[in-house]
Design a protein. Structure first.
Length: 351
């Protein structure tokens, strides 16, 4: 992140990026070169009418002021709280405007445009799930040739950057899935049955149950990759986010419990699932990296940056840093932080 230099006669407000997801709303505010970040876990499908209040809480946490420039991106429109993406896009924009006291934010498109909320309502598919573009544009300004790997709580984005341009093939989620640029595996929320169809148990391969007994956060909690405080959202069984409870949940993946499997056996299952997540992301990365320069490094961000770093090692690619000044919190909320930075850079260009 480059520190914005004030130009004579050019007012420098705060710049706020909002990333409204189906299970978490994130805000980042950049002012005078300093970034503040907030992350508010919230499952839209449980009570969508509360979304405006959640956005308001995120804005308050980062210290947003009435003269801030605000930009919005979203993935919440995919929530099954809405029958169509168009409905979801309109609802998220309405909620953001309510939280902003009637002010209309600009909205990011998958082409990297910042459009009016009226335009966004008219072009919903172009603003749906555009948050990856915010991160890609900000990273491309710093590392013109790179492979961006952003592993979040739910998904992994793999985005090639060439000569400072975002050279992704896909724009919609569907096209990005087809291109290998979107992988539905994440650090916290992935159903373990979606990671592996079988796991090692007592020197044999055991098929897994497809019930939602445990999620990837349980695996990474057991392995020490996350702390209990980083286990965002509810646990599948409603019990605590502790290592002991996580082991109980993982044991149920093979229709067992902690009286049937010992700690070592459960931890071995967790280790295998972690390796399978890395393998899934690596497989996609090997497709996408062919569109990068031969010496292009990897930029690893997101709640699951650990997984991205492991993929970089498997690819034999060096790692380069996220923008200076982001810090760990901003790297975990990369689209919101990037959107704030994008607003600041474009305001600087206008001054």
């Amino acid at each position: 992140m480059t520190r914005m230099q004030a130009t004579a006669g050019c007012h420098q407000p705060g710049f706020v990026g909002l990333d409204v997801g189906g299970v978490s709303t994130k805000a980042a505010r950049l002012r005078a070169g300093r970034m503040r970040v907030a992350s508010c876990p919230f499952e839209v499908w449980r009570d969508r009418q509360a979304l405006a209040a959640v956005i308001g809480a995120a804005l308050a946490e980062v210290g947003s002021e009435p003269d801030d420039e605000v930009a919005l991106t979203m993935t919440a429109e995919l929530s099954d709280a809405f029958r169509r993406k168009r409905e979801g896009v309109e609802f998220v924009i309405d909620s953001a405007e309510a939280a902003l006291g009637g002010r209309a934010p600009r909205v990011l498109t998958t082409a990297g445009e910042l459009v009016s909320s009226a335009t966004a309502r008219a072009r919903p598919i172009e603003v749906a799930a555009a948050n990856w573009m915010a991160t890609a544009l900000e990273i491309a300004a710093l590392h013109p040739d790179a492979l961006l790997i952003d592993v979040g709580s739910t998904t992994a984005d793999l985005i090639p950057l060439t000569d400072g341009r975002v050279t992704a093939v896909g724009r919609t989620d569907l096209d990005r899935l087809l291109a290998g640029e979107l992988v539905y595996t994440g650090m916290l929320r992935t159903n373990l049955a979606a990671i592996a169809r079988r796991v090692p148990v007592r020197r044999r391969w055991c098929p897994v149950s497809s019930e939602l007994f445990a999620i990837s956060a349980d695996v990474h909690l057991i392995l020490g990759h996350i702390a209990p405080s980083e286990y965002e959202g509810p646990t599948p069984d409603g019990r605590d986010a502790t290592v002991d409870c996580a082991r109980e949940r993982v044991a149920r993946l093979v229709c067992a419990d902690v009286e049937q499997l010992d700690i070592g056996e459960i931890d071995a299952i967790a280790g295998h699932l972690h390796a399978e997540q890395v393998r899934q992301i690596e497989t996609a990365a090997r497709r996408v990296v062919t569109r990068c320069a031969a010496d292009a490094p990897v930029v690893a961000v997101g709640a699951g940056a650990l997984l991205a770093r492991e993929v970089a090692a498997r690819l034999g690619r060096r790692l380069v840093a996220a923008p200076e000044g982001w810090g760990a919190a901003a790297a975990r909320a990369a689209p919101a932080a990037a959107l704030a930075g994008l607003l600041a850079r474009r305001a600087g260009a206008r001054c």
